[in-house]
Design a protein around this ligand. Sequence first.
Ligand code: EPU
Length: 417
Amino acid sequence: MEKFIIKGKTKLTGEVSISGAKNAAIALLPAALLIDGVTTIENVPNISDVQICCKILKTLGAKVKWIESNTLRIDARDLDCTQAPLDMTSKFRASYYLLGALLGRCHKAEVGLPGGCNLGARPIDQHIKGFELLGASVDVTQGKIAAKVKKLVGTTIYFDVVSVGATINLILASVLAKRTTILTNVAKEPHIVDVANFLNSVGADIIGAGTDIIKINGVDKLVGNHTYSVVPDQIEAGTFMIAAAVSRGDILVKNCIPEHLDCLTAKLLEMGVSVDVYDDSIRVTCNKKLQASNVITLPYPGFPTDLQPQIGVALCLANGTSIISESIWDSRFQYTNELNKMGAQITVQGKTAVFEGVKGLTGAPIYSTDLRAAAALLIAAIVANGTSELYNIHYIDRGYEHIEDKFRALGANIERV
Ligand code: EPU
C-alpha cells in the first residue's frame, strides 16, 4: 500500500495548470459508446477512475487508445457486448453511465451496482425511474442492474432530487430515443454542460444544459470523426485555491474557468483572502489569518460538496467559530476525525460540523476516507508543523492527476513510498 510522507509548514507559491475534469471525463467516455464512429477526446485526466473506465469500454468491444498523454481515441463502431464486468463496475461510481449509454445504443445493458467513495447512502432510484419512463424495464438483483427496451420513447421526466448522475444518465439514454425528452429539476454542474456540448458536437440535439430544464430531441445516429476537449476540473482548481489560502501562499491557478468557481471565490474573499480573477486563471494570495465563515453545500452554482473537506481545513485554522452544513451527502465529515488527530477542534453532529479555529496543526499519521477527504488531508499535512504520513492514497489517485508533482512544484515536500 502506497502512502505519502509529507514534511509540513510549507507556504505554497508558484503556478499550477489544471487538468480536465474527472467527473466530465468519466461521463464522456461512456457517452462515446453512443457514437457509431471514432471520437478523439483531448484533455482527459490520466487518473485511476479514467483507467478503469477505459478497461470497461474495451470489454464491451470498443477500441480505446491513448494517442497522447491526455488524448484518447475511442472507436465504438464494433460494440459487441452489453454486459459490463461486475468486478470492474463495482469499483467505480460512474459505471452507472454505462446503463444510459448502452440502453441508448444497444437497447439493453447489464451493469454491477456502482461502487465509488463511501459518502453514505447513494441511491440511484432517479436514474431507474427515468429509464422506466422512457419505456425500459429495469431489474436490480444480485448486485447488478439489468435494463432492456424495444425502443426508448421520449417523455417528460421530473426528478425528485437534483442529481448530477441521473441528469447525465437520462441525457445519454435520450439522445437516440424516439421523439422528445424533457428533463426537469436537473443538475446544472459544468460537467452536465460538457456532456451536452460533446454530444451536440457529434450530432445530438440537446437544448438547455446548464438550466433547470433540458430538452432532448432524439436523433437517429451520432457520427464520429470529431475531436472534443474536456472542460477544466473546477474541483481541482478549487483545491489549489484553498491550498494557497490555507498555506498563506501565492498560487496562480491556470487553465480554469473562473466563473465555475464564483462561489469559492466569494467565500475566500469573505475569509480575508485576496483573489484576482483573469480570463482563464485565478491568483490566490493570503498573508494574514483567515476569518471564520459558514458554508452550506448545495448543487451548482452553490458551494460544491466536493470542496467541503478542503474548505474545512481552512476553517479549522480560521479566527473564530465556523459551521459547515453538508446538504448532499450523509457521511462526508469522516475527514474531521483525522484533522482532530492533528490538533483541529471540530465537532460533528449529523450533517453539521462546528469548527473552533486553532493556531496550527501538527503532523500525524492520517487516513484518507474518500477522494476529497484525501485532498483535504494532504493540504492539512502540507501546512502542519512536523511530518505526516497520509495513508489510503489510492483515493486521491482516483481523481487528481499528478497531484504530488503539482504540489511539489509549488514547494511542498511530499514523498510517495
Ligand atoms: N440521489 C437520490 N437518488 C438518485 C440520485 C441521487 O436520492 O437517484 C441523491 C443522492 O443521495 C445525493 C443527491 O441526490 O444526496 C445528489 O447526488 P448526485 O446524483 O448528484 O451524485 P452522484 O451523481 O452520485 C456526482 C459526483 C460526486 C459529487 C456529486 C454531487 C460523479 C461520478 N460523482 O455524484 O463526486 O459529489 O455528483 O455534486 O460525477 C467526487 O468527485 O468526489 C464525488 C463524490
